[in-house]
Design a protein around this ligand. Structure first.
Ligand code: FES
Length: 251
């Protein structure tokens, strides 16, 4: 259940160009968060909260890790928040990924840019349950690459950069031919990437996380509606998602 909580900033550092890793402490959110859920953070002087996906959780230490890109005044301000400060957070938000190991041996994770973070907590959860994890991660260029080693610890990892300055050149879809057999795929990233992935992997069962367009974050304002092929028609990204069956949504 989503709750209003206070989270203490334990550490904050830039781990790639314009990309910040922040660790936050909170018992309730670290105990209850599942991969694919998000924190809805209210910054001082702002009236709207900002959704940021959960990249990792350490239940023992009660820590939640978020990774975000400094894109505009809100995230620039968040990057400046010092250790020890308290953040006003609604969380954990939305419906995350269902981690189901039944009948599975291998899962494929496909993350693009700031869609990479939620893939990490999901991959770690699967790897801890004995499932093979293959990751394909896309970034703009070498200086934007983050968490490569962390993903490699989970399993085989392919890096793609748009300009070819590191790994393969192009988009994540260009690297899919390198991937062996897998059962399900999971993806998060920009909309054009998700469109390309869901087209290319039409025959496979996949789940995608959509994190754009949010207002209230709790199902009350309709800022995040998305057409679906289900009987219900439109669904809300913040409360029905952000994770959807790839064949259910109209992108
Ligand atoms: Fe308000 Fe989803 S953001 S309903």
């Amino acid at each position: 259940m989503i709750k209003k909580e206070s989270m203490q900033v334990i550490s904050s550092k830039e781990i790639a160009k314009d990309t910040v890793e922040m660790k936050l402490e909170n018992s309730y959110i670290s105990e209850t968060a599942v991969p694919g859920q998000f924190l809805h953070i209210l910054l001082e002087g702002h009236s709207l909260r900002r959704p940021i996906s959960i990249a990792d959780v350490d239940k023992e230490k009660k820590l939640v890790t978020i990774l975000f890109k400094k894109l505009g005044s809100g995230t620039e301000q968040l990057a400046e928040v010092n250790s020890g400060a308290l953040l006003d957070v609604l969380g954990p938000g939305g419906n995350g990924f269902t981690v189901d190991t039944k009948g599975k041996s291998t899962v494929l994770l496909i993350g693009g840019g700031i869609g990479v973070p939620p893939m990490y907590y999901l991959g770690k959860t699967y790897a801890n349950q004995g499932i093979n994890v293959i990751s394909v991660l896309g970034f703009q260029s070498k200086e934007h690459v983050f968490y490569e080693e962390e993903f490699q610890e989970l399993g085989e990892t392919f890096i793609v950069t748009n300009d070819g300055s590191y790994g393969d050149k192009g988009f994540v879809t260009n690297a899919l031919h390198k991937v062996g057999k897998f059962d399900n795929y999971y993806s998060c990233g920009p909309l054009p990437m998700l469109k390309a992935i869901t087209n290319k992997l039409q025959e496979k069962t996949g789940f995608i996380s959509l994190e754009e367009r949010m207002g209230c974050g709790v199902g009350a304002c309709f800022a995040c509606v998305l057409p679906t092929k289900t009987e219900k028609g439109y669904k809300k990204i913040c409360s029905d998602g952000p994770v959807f069956d790839a064949r259910e949504v109209v992108l």
